[in-house]
Design a protein around this ligand. Sequence first.
Ligand code: SF4
Length: 373
Amino acid sequence: MSGIYIHIPFCRKACSYCDFHFSTSLNEKTNVLNAILKEITLRKKYLSTNQLDSIYFGGGTPSILSEQDLGLIINHLSKYFFWQKKIEITLEANPDDISPLKLKQWTSLGINRLSIGVQSFNDEELKWMNRAHNSSESISSVKIAQDLGFDNISIDLIYGSKFQTISSWDLTLQQAISLNTQHISSYNLTIEKSTALGLKNNRGLEPSVCDDLSSQQFLLLSEKLGQADFIQYEISNFGKKDFFAVHNTNYWLQKNYMGIGPSAHSFNGFSRQWNLKNNLFYVNALKNNTDFFVLENLSLKNRYNEYVLTRLRTIWGCNEIEINQLFGLDILAHFKKVATEKKEFFEIKKNIYTLNKSGQLQADGIASDLFLL
Ligand code: SF4
């Protein structure tokens, strides 16, 4: 089974911290949509199967699209692919786009999971982030979606900003839990150089993230959501039983996926490819039948490094038997040697290595120690 990601590269406003590919101008929308349809046709054989268990509309802000635009993409996909019975079709939606009318349209298109960009319940912080919504819109958007029958909703939250103390983060978590959603994704604020926040930080106008404070907030996140019956199945992702995100889980378990649209990534087990990260370049390349992506064939070493990087972040962990089958005995010996040197960061059960809480706090560093250079 495989999944398809569709990148919709448009947003109403540029959030101050955002490093994703998007444009706040909708001028190219029709051209981008036509290019997306053409890319789907060209790549209908990219996946080893035409059976889909997930479709994920991400961005950018896919909820900005009209019912007709989304319908066009879904109908086009259905010409080449079959939906598995329990397919998950996710739409990333911003609270200011959610209305009873839109929700009904999304349901009629088959969208059965919403990932709502709440980010914070503090209006001052939302303004600082340059989000297009306030906290009461976030709360009512979740409630309206629930009232209209959406029973698979995720919300996104960010911690680590200068607005969050431990006690305000605690209140944020209580508020999030009280919304009774099935899933929460929560990420530490990262200040990327090219963003508005990064530029201000570089000029000394915004503080850097305090690592100690964000580590404490991460531990609180993990504890409070655990008490509320969320399972931390990936470092930043928490789902109630039976509500882990199918699409993201496939990605973390190295299953194949195809990314469509500007900047989207694809993976077929042996190579990875990235579409052009510029709307005009992407559109023109598809129009002129020139290369619209960059491809990297993955060596055994690359594949092992990716396995370690993604698996270490999950409850499924790194499995000795799998490492041996996929990468061979020498690489397994390397993995075991480094993991043994770092055993205080691991829980090891039945040949499976997962990170404990202190390990999760430095997952990227531990993964890079395990990499093959
Ligand atoms: S809405 Fe999402 S993709 Fe768009 S700028 Fe904000 S964080 Fe980035």
